[in-house]
Design a protein. Structure first.
Length: 139
């Protein structure tokens, strides 16, 4: 019998080790709540990875920002909340589009938007990203 909900938190500097830790945390969620469908796992993990990678890639300055990523799954949804202490970023999610097939980058937010039911960015003292995917019924 599986748990109905699970939670993980990853905190660290905005670097590649953070991305690895996020992947490990997601794997822990799937162990705790194994009835999450393969589609939900794949698309949520893709979105979380793309946004976390953007946070790492766009971190500026000599001192890498600290990032906190809270991951949760329950009977109805998968949620990630990422907060950092970096300079607030100007993001217009309503203007995000998939780049052309010859583009070498720029797909991350477009992929996340396609995979999620909600993607929100808030900038105040740092940046906060809210990612939500509603769990689909399995057949």
């Amino acid at each position: 019998m599986s748990a109905e909900s699970a939670f993980r938190e990853v905190v660290g500097r905005a670097d590649l080790a953070l991305i690895d830790a996020v992947h490990d945390a997601l794997e822990g969620l799937w162990v705790d709540v194994p009835d999450v469908s393969d589609e939900d796992r794949l698309l949520f993990a893709l979105a979380v990875s793309e946004v976390a990678t953007n946070v790492v890639e766009h971190a500026a300055g000599d001192v890498r920002p600290t990032v906190s990523i809270r991951l949760a799954v329950d009977a109805g949804r998968l949620v990630a909340v990422m907060s950092d202490d970096a300079e607030p970023a100007l993001i217009r999610l309503g203007e995000v589009e998939m780049p052309g097939s010859d583009a070498e980058s720029g797909r991350g937010l477009a992929l996340a938007l396609a995979a999620l039911d909600e993607l929100r960015h808030e900038a105040d003292d740092g940046n906060t990203w809210v990612l939500r995917r509603d769990r689909r019924a399995t057949s």
